[in-house]
Design a protein around this ligand. Structure first.
Ligand code: UDP
Ligand code: MG
Length: 316
């Protein structure tokens, strides 16, 4: 029988885990022709998430847990889950039921019958989200579309079902600074997109502050585009041109009208302005350098402290 691994990164989700488990069990009663493996990745939760998951694992052998040694972030959690998954198919889902499990049978059908390698989801609305967050998200996706050659779809969720081959390729991308929305697009393959309306969390609260999302978007930009570097070079050329024209203007004016000393406040303003632009461009270069620095250390993406996954199960 074929096997499906459902990977669920959890961070402080003790209330949501039982609700999620119940819902998944209900959905899989409808598809009895596939074996289920439910991998909860505990991403260093400070509450009783791991205890709740261990409780489920003791009653149900399909439940597996991977406990990370600290909070590594959702990206690392997903990677950890994929590296422990042994199914012929693997799906990534949030534990808060914002990714409707009811879509799974349809996703599975698309892969099995229509020959897709991956079925991904995107939400077509952002109902229930703060407007400012939606606005920034929209700007980010529009900008990424322009500056990156990798397709990064607006509203794309991490919720997707993949074949073993697809998962294997994702695992081969062992970069430390991970931006999965880009990595999934980068590996290629045939992806089918399903759309659904945004669903609000069942329990607990979002782990993403505005600040964290902003940093994550920088991760995406630096990881999938070098346009900011070209932009700073362009700014340099632009200011050289402006300076050249200004020099010509001043030479002509001095020859015509002499050189009365005045205008130092405007001079100071210009100097501060150019200084600001220079620091900004150095900052952009620094951001790329910092990412390169972190990559060269080759630190592991996650550290697993405890798990009940039998390593013999693991095909990787
Ligand atoms: N998550 C995680 N590590 C983190 C932050 C979040 O594993 O550091 C998990 C979280 O438990 C949830 C999923 O990632 O299952 C999505 O998080 P959340 O619902 O807070 O994000 P949102 O849906 O608001 O984008
Ligand atoms: Mg959520």
């Amino acid at each position: 029988m074929e096997k499906i691994s459902i990977i669920v990164p959890c961070y402080n989700e003790e209330e949501a885990v039982p609700l999620f488990y119940r819902e998944i069990c209900r959905v899989f009663q409808e598809i009895p022709d596939i074996e289920l493996e439910l991998i909860f990745v505990n991403d260093g939760s400070r509450d009783g998430t791991l205890k709740v998951v261990k409780g489920l694992a003791s009653q149900d052998t399909r439940v597996k847990y991977v406990g990370l040694s600290r909070n590594f972030g959702k990206e690392a959690g997903m990677y950890a889950g994929m590296s422990y998954a042994s199914g012929d198919y693997a799906a990534i889902m949030d534990v808060d039921l914002q990714d409707p499990p009811a879509l799974l049978p349809e996703m599975l059908r698309s892969i099995r019958e229509e020959g897709y390698d991956c079925v991904a989801t995107r939400r077509v609305s952002r109902k229930g989200e703060p407007p400012i967050r939606s606005l920034f998200a929209r700007i980010f996706y529009r900008m990424m579309h322009r500056i990156s050659s990798t397709e990064i779809v607006d509203g794309a969720r991490d919720y997707r079902l993949m074949t073993r081959q697809f998962v294997g390729e994702i695992l081969r991308l062992g970069e430390y600074n991970r931006f999965s929305k880009g990595l999934f697009g980068w590996v290629g393959f045939e992806t089918k997109w399903l759309e659904y309306e945004n669903v609000e969390r069942v329990a607990g609260e979002t782990k993403w502050s505005f600040w964290k999302l902003l940093l994550y978007s920088i991760e995406g930009i630096v990881g999938f585009s070098t346009a900011p570097l070209a932009f700073s070079a362009f700014l340099g050329v632009f200011f050289c041109l402006v300076a050249f024209l200004a020099i010509c203007f001043i030479i002509v004016r001095t020859m015509l009208y002499g050189d009365p000393v005045s205008g130092w406040p405007s001079m100071v303003c210009i100097m501060v302005f150019i200084g600001g632009i220079q620091l900004f461009c150095i900052g952009i270069v620094g951001e790329y350098l910092a990412k390169t620095y972190l990559e060269t250390k080759r630190r592991p993406i996650f550290i697993c402290k405890e798990t009940n996954v039998d390593s013999g199960d693991n095909k990787e």
